[in-house]
Design a protein around this ligand. Sequence first.
Ligand code: NAD
Ligand code: DAO
Ligand code: ZN
Length: 369
Amino acid sequence: MKTRAAVAWEANKPLEIEEIELEGPKSGEVLLRIVATGVCHTDAYTLSGADPEGLFPSILGHEGGAIVVEVGPDVTSLKPGDHVIPLYTPECRTCSFCTSDKTNLCQAIRATQGRGLMPDSTSRFSKKGKPIYHFMGTSTFSEYTVLPEIAVAKIRKDAPLEKVCLLGCGITTGIGAVLNTAKVTPGSTVAVFGLGGVGLSVIQGAVMAKAGRIIAVDINPDKFEFAKQLGATDCVNPKEYDQPIQNVIVDLTKGGVDYSFEAVGNVNLMRAALECCHKGWGESTIIGVAGAGQEIATRPFQLVTGRVWRGSAFGGVKGRSQLPGYVDRYMDGEIKVDEFVTHVMGLEDINHAFHLMHEGESIRSVIQF
Ligand code: NAD
Ligand code: DAO
Ligand code: ZN
């Protein structure tokens, strides 16, 4: 079949909107109609060419809301008409990672997904016979896309897909990092570095965990108003201080925070986030994805004296089992999503969505097909 898609033909070039060919679902795969998709920092990172694993040409996009159109042979858990969210972190429920109960990082299709291919090592997308790569196993910048059944979370039909698409990445990641990875305890003090969609959702998670104090850190003061609306108790701009931001936070909290989160992807901030933690028990969670080849550093004595460094992918959330619960909590008013949608546009304007993100003018742009 044909599908209208935004194609990334080359790194650092605008996406091109065009009709391409899409092969139907094979065994264990489903054909989805994408109703809406968010545009995330990670799409921009890969498009920029800075991602060493970025493949071109490809169809980017990973924050989708979709409807199942057709199922391939051997699909048992989905049927046409089901409303779904694509998962860049699948859940096969049988691999050693899925059955470990220690991680959400399913490895069932990791190798082919990383090579921009479906599990049978081929692509479903092409143009004039030339294959176009999948991206993060999701490729939501296309009106139709094909995914493995294990990479699709079925959700309730009354949830608006043009909103809950954002639960496919940033919002769930921030909340999950607090609730599943750090397991923030009531009354504790939290610092979050970076107030994009992910960091703002760390604030949401910290409120849900009943944190006593939530310190929001960003170099763009325009982000502070929404952070406060979500529940931040203090807003700190590192540019207003002439000492390292970790020292500022240690002073502010009389010893350091119980939990910190880095949601920027800056290795210097990752160090600051660790070092603003309280001696003896403070725990820092890295969420941000740093540039290729970058490394983190701190004095090992920071860890010897009780601070803990950890990381979180997709908020530790197992997509097929747990994401429907996040949709329920949104529908019950417990998770805010609508407020994160600052811009809505058609696929033809998707390059403008990237521009708004680079200028720090959007939290999330949502593309509606
Ligand atoms: P974003 O670009 O919307 O937000 C980043 C924020 O950081 C902005 O508000 C910016 O002003 C702020 N910032 C930049 N430099 C700063 C500095 N030196 N000090 C303080 N604040 C600074 O990004 P996002 O969509 O919220 O994503 C944040 C990070 O999380 C990215 O690296 C993204 O790739 C990553 N991410 C990780 C996962 C995961 O599963 N681990 C999932 C989604 C996104
Ligand atoms: O299992 O090795 C693996 C890969 C897991 C991918 C996790 C991705 C987390 C961060 C990506 C940025 C989110 C858009
Ligand atoms: Zn698995």
